[in-house]
Design a protein around this ligand. Structure first.
Ligand code: CP
Length: 319
């Protein structure tokens, strides 16, 4: 594996290789093997042009648990604020000997530009680019679904027949897109639920069932998984958003809807959450909620991705 840029071009076998490798990473940590020597001598740079809590700290924890050296670079407070280009920043990272670059960027396509540019030899991992993709989030979501839905028999298996309802601001969500492609590759059935204004142009051509009513979707799809998306007000024109009260009433997972879910249905959210808007506090903190498991699983999944990209043991799975 050379780069991890998206899930759209990830095959079922490649996805399962990452998920199974993450199981091994998790098992090592459960055995209290906190630090593996796999990436000793390698340097991983976290290159973040947008804010992050979960993704940045879990990539940092993952790289350190594989014994890599980690450099954290935030565009705020760097020479990016003086106008330095992505090319000059990349060449600076090349000069300090980066082996892996984890990049989050507001521009869709920035990680691919970095990977294909020739400015840097490092493996590139997309940590979220614009509204395009967030592949490690989708992988940690799939890892969490396998674990919760199939318990001890999760290794080696896909999500064939699993019904996943993804609710909310799909238009601005790289998490929704990465989940759509990955879950389709793994055999799940995906539905999007959103007001018309929060569905992206072109969604009707995607392999997904579209709903505008959350109540109808919960009734018709009988989901194994309900995934709420954050309302991304910072990316949104006011005309696209109903208003908070109307949104919560029609598309929020409130206490009443929580009570109507199937006995084994799980509730997911990538975080950060807007409590009381897309998800009630009771839903977020309930036993169905996997929000904190998703964060914990993110470390194992990112360890797997870094290992497969940078250790040199699996060079051929995904460009
Ligand atoms: N889920 C996610 O990407 O969270 P952060 O923005 O905190 O990294």
């Amino acid at each position: 594996m050379r780069h991890l840029l998206d899930t759209r071009t990830l095959s079922r076998d490649e996805a399962i290789l990452i998920l199974d490798t993450a199981e091994e990473m998790d098992a090592a940590q459960q055995r209290e093997v906190k630090k593996l020597p796999a990436l000793r001598g390698k340097t991983v740079v976290n290159l973040f042009y947008e804010d992050s809590t979960r993704t940045r700290i879990s990539f940092e924890a993952a790289a350190k648990r594989l014994s890599a050296d980690v450099i954290n670079f935030s565009a705020k407070g760097s020479s990016v604020s003086k106008g330095e280009s992505l090319k000059d920043t990349a060449q600076t990272l090349q000069a300090i000997g980066a082996d892996g670059v984890v990049i989050r960027h507001p521009a869709s396509g920035a990680p691919e530009r970095l990977a294909r540019s020739g400015w840097i030899d490092a493996g590139v991992l997309n940590a979220g680019d614009g509204t395009h993709e967030h592949p490690t989030q989708a992988l940690l979501d799939a890892f969490t679904m396998r674990r919760r839905l199939f318990a001890d028999s999760s290794r080696g298996r896909d999500l064939d027949g699993v019904s996943v309802v993804i609710v909310g601001d799909v238009a601005h969500s790289r998490v929704a897109r990465s989940n759509l492609w990955l879950l389709n590759a793994l055999g799940a059935h995906v539905s999007f639920v959103a007001p018309e204004t929060l569905l992206p142009y072109g969604a009707r051509d995607w392999p997904v069932t579209l709903h505008h009513s959350l109540d109808a979707a919960l009734r018709d799809e009988q989901p194994d998984v309900v995934m709420l998306l954050r309302i991304q007000t910072e990316r949104m024109h006011a005309a696209f958003f109903p208003n908070e009260r109307e949104y919560a009433r029609n598309w929020g997972l409130d206490d009443a809807r929580l009570g109507r879910l199937g006995e084994r249905t799980i509730v997911m959210h990538p975080g950060p959450m807007n409590r009381g808007l897309e998800i009630s506090s009771r839903a977020a903190d309930s036993e169905r909620s996997t929000v904190l498991e998703q964060v914990a699983n993110g470390v194992s999944v990112r360890m797997a991705a870094l290992y497969l990209l940078l250790s040199g043991s699996e060079r051929s799975t995904h460009e």
